[in-house]
Design a protein around this ligand. Structure first.
Ligand code: ZN
Length: 139
């Protein structure tokens, strides 16, 4: 069985629990957009207790702020009403040499971006090897 086939079996098992997409609830209830690394060990939804409709979750290798991340955040803010941004990097990341340093670089890039209308509520967190979430602040 391939990984995709395994997922489809799991999907069949939980199928009845899936709710239809409600077009009236497009705006995330927390008004938060989370940018995180795609590492499969990071359970972002579990980490923040997210339910469907709570937040936008944008993931890529490293949780980096790329041009595409900025495009997604701009859409998130302008079309779907998010006002806060949470960045999540993690230790033991294969995409980053120094995740804490890169987190600061990403936060600075977001803060300096002219593309985003809302960067005042921006927070960055480092997920540690021990499973703790440590906030990293800009100086
Ligand atoms: Zn990573």
């Amino acid at each position: 069985m391939t990984g995709t086939e395994d997922l489809l079996v799991r999907r069949h098992d939980v199928g009845a629990a899936l709710a239809p997409l409600d077009p009236r609830k497009r705006e995330p209830q927390t008004r938060v957009a989370i940018v995180a690394c795609m590492d499969a060990r990071l359970g972002v939804e579990t980490m923040f207790g997210l339910r469907p409709g709570d937040a936008h979750v944008i993931r890529n290798a490293g949780g980096c702020v790329t041009d595409d991340t900025l495009r997604s955040l701009r859409l998130s803010q302008l079309q779907e009403g998010t006002r806060e941004i949470v960045l999540v990097h993690h230790e033991d990341c294969t995409a980053l040499i120094d995740p804490a340093e890169d987190l600061l670089t990403c936060m600075a890039r977001l803060g300096d971006s002219a593309q985003l209308p809302h960067t005042e509520a921006l927070r960055g967190f480092l997920y540690t090897r021990r499973g703790a979430l440590r906030e990293v602040r800009r100086m």
